[in-house]
Design a protein around this ligand. Structure first.
Ligand code: SF4
Length: 341
């Protein structure tokens, strides 16, 4: 024997289920898999503790270079950060179970869809899990529903959201980091073009749904100029948004693994400065965050938009994902594999 080595570690829980997931479909090197879920509705962490969170998918095909949610695949022992955008797990949806869980959310409480991964990523066109959840939410009363996305697909559900809004508060937060289409393509390779997202802002606001545009993350020397942020805010206002916010980039180690090589390739002159700042701390400290907040306040006032408000959003806090015991399935026909734990 050339090397002594430990036997492969025994996988447990969600890692074991993820490893045994059967292929639903393979497309452009993306695999869609279905994961059985014991809980659809979780609790946020940190300052998000008071908020109920829902994430219909694990992984996200949009593949934003700065994405902070890549760490979630590590729970499934998928440690290559690229797998986050190539192995997409759709939670096996059960409307009855979701309705039963929803009883835990009391009138006046906030429930937010898409706190970790995008609920309107390409998988949603096919699997319609977000849509299924909204159909159940249409029967709820007195809730504060928020949705965060980077996709114009959210406007598909404008009528349904308007129906939910008759008995609940509904807000949609669309992320638009830049109006520069070439830059957006580099930063968010498979996300819909900024112009399409603005079209969704218009359609939703015309349907009576309040829309906030979020220009985060603000990346130093990439999209942080007053001109760039002002252009996003101005377009948001002219398309009917009611609020606008932006906050600086934070880069946890799992995000750095993708973001630094991206910088080396596309913005080599920025590599040293980014490494110096983010390798010591995932969050930017000092004057920069204050300068950005001041800039955003000024821009927002110029275009007469509000900041987005309650519930307090954790601009910088890592959000919590839940490791659920799972199952898997094949092309449309469910194969249950219930975790015995
Ligand atoms: S849309 Fe959100 S979850 Fe998806 S890759 Fe981009 S930052 Fe990550």
């Amino acid at each position: 024997m050339l090397f002594d080595c430990d036997p492969a570690p025994k996988l447990v829980g969600i890692a074991r289920l993820a490893a045994s997931s059967e292929l639903l479909e393979s497309k452009r090197q993306v695999e869609y898999l279905e994961l059985e879920t014991r809980r659809f509705i979780g609790r946020g962490s940190g300052r998000m503790r008071s908020i109920w969170t829902v994430n219909p998918y694990r992984g996200c095909e949009f593949g934003c270079k700065y994405c902070y949610a890549r760490y979630a695949h590590e729970f499934m022992e998928l440690r290559d950060p690229e797998l986050f955008e190539r192995k997409i797990y759709a939670k096996q949806f059960n409307a009855q179970a979701f309705r039963a869980e929803l009883r835990r959310v009391k009138p006046g409480q906030s429930i937010w869809i898409g706190t970790a991964t995008d609920p309107y990523q390409p998988a949603e066109r096919r699997f319609r899990i977000t849509r299924g959840m909204l159909e159940v939410l249409a029967g709820a009363r007195g809730l504060d529903l928020g949705i965060t996305t980077k996709s114009d697909l959210v406007s598909r559900d404008a009528d349904l959201l308007a129906r939910i809004a008759r008995h609940n508060t509904v807000r949609v937060h669309l992320t638009i980091t830049t109006l520069d289409e070439a830059l957006a393509r580099l930063l968010e390779p498979l996300a819909p073009r900024p112009a399409l997202r603005l079209g969704a802002v218009r359609k939703l606001s015309e349907s009576g749904i309040p829309v906030s545009v979020l220009a985060h993350p603000v990346m130093p020397l990439i999209n942080d100029s007053e001109k760039s942020l002002d252009a996003v805010c101005a377009a948001s206002a002219s398309h009917g948004a009611s609020a606008f916010s932006a906050a600086p980039l934070f880069l946890k180690p799992c995000s750095q693994q993708v973001f630094f090589p991206f910088l080396e390739q596309r913005f080599p002159h920025l590599v040293r400065r980014y490494r110096e700042r983010f390798e010591k701390n995932a969050y930017l400290k000092g004057q920069y965050p204050e300068l950005i907040q001041e800039r955003v306040r000024r821009i927002r006032a110029r275009h007469k938009l509000k900041p987005w408000q309650t519930p307090e959003w954790p601009l910088g806090d890592q959000l919590e994902l839940f490791a659920e015991p799972g199952t898997v399935q094949t092309d449309g026909t469910l194969q249950r594999k219930v975790d015995p734990v």
